[in-house]
Write a protein that binds this ligand. Sequence first.
Ligand SMILES: [Fe+2]
Length: 401
Amino acid sequence: MNKLPRYYEFFNHTKIISGYKALENIPYELELLRSFRPMIITDKGVKKAGLVNTVINACGDSDLVFPVVFDNVPQDSSTKVVSQAAKLYREKRCDSIIAIGGGSVIDTAKGTNILVSYNSDDLRKFMGADIIKRPLNPFIAIPTTAGTGSEVTIAAVIRDEEKGIKMPFTSKYLLPNVAVLDPRMTITLPPHISAATAMDALTHAIESYICLQKNPLSDAYATAAIRLISNYILKVIEKKPSKEARLAMANAATMAGIAFSNSMVGMVHSLGHALGGVARIPHGVAMNIFLPWGLKENFSVRKEIIGELLLPFSGAEKYSNTPPEKRATEFIREIRKLQDILYEKVKMPRTLQEADVDKELLPDIAKNAINDGSLIVNPIDLDYEDALRILKQAYFNSVEI
Ligand SMILES: [Fe+2]
């Protein structure tokens, strides 16, 4: 039985608009925010895919003016890029921001909004938790990958180019005013990217549900997200996924984002951040590799809670036909089955070897993993030896149940 926490907080004030014609409502949403000159922040890939035009065309003959499209966002957002964007925002007298892209674009937009709202040139002053004390300028986020959940999280990570470190920012004021979920935004995603981003969203929901800071509201979002992902992940990696599947995955990623923004994640993310930093493995692929290991390692203290996830993931029939003491093991088995299907269909790596990770890097990955903030709320503690043992096992093998 899930115990109610003695105390918890839950926060999300982002208005979510979702639908096959959600983009068409952007002018109305901006009018409510008294904004008419939005700066568009995006990256070159999104622009080349025609998604910026899709958004501008959807705004039709409204009174909106788009003074500038800033498409210079790299894979990892940085202080230099944020400063460039803020300078353009001021030069072109913009009054709001529309971010069209994945996590890095949305984080760049969050950083830009800090600088332009505070009329500052120094992002470092705002680094850390709750340094931003007042509402920022109107900000709309349009995610183009159904994965990160950045459109509904209170955090941004931006690389300090001079010091070579990643700066974290957290504040409720970083939440966009509106997140727009429209299936036209994920139409160009290739199947292997759809699979990887879906596994990231699934990991957000699962880690949110089993971590130490879980609470009844984050649980509700997490289980709803797991149900949608389980129902639609194989549909969204088809050659021509339906609008329904793409919108369902966008909704799932947003719900998983709301869940983990209010509870945090765990060791799968610690290992994944370290693998990304040291071996440049894409985040979603890393999540896919480590998810079963996170479940297995936390099994001893979270067996009952992990077992509960069999219901949203596999449905009522499977859940009721599985004895309570076997549900956790069965859930891990079901995740493993999904991994095998994703490997067969889109070659999504299940092991570090399948991801071509250099074995020599494992000690560095282990070192970084145990210093990652996500570990704080993981149900069990990991030391260097534990992390290295898991990495060595995850090199050749999938979890054996
Ligand atoms: Fe993630």
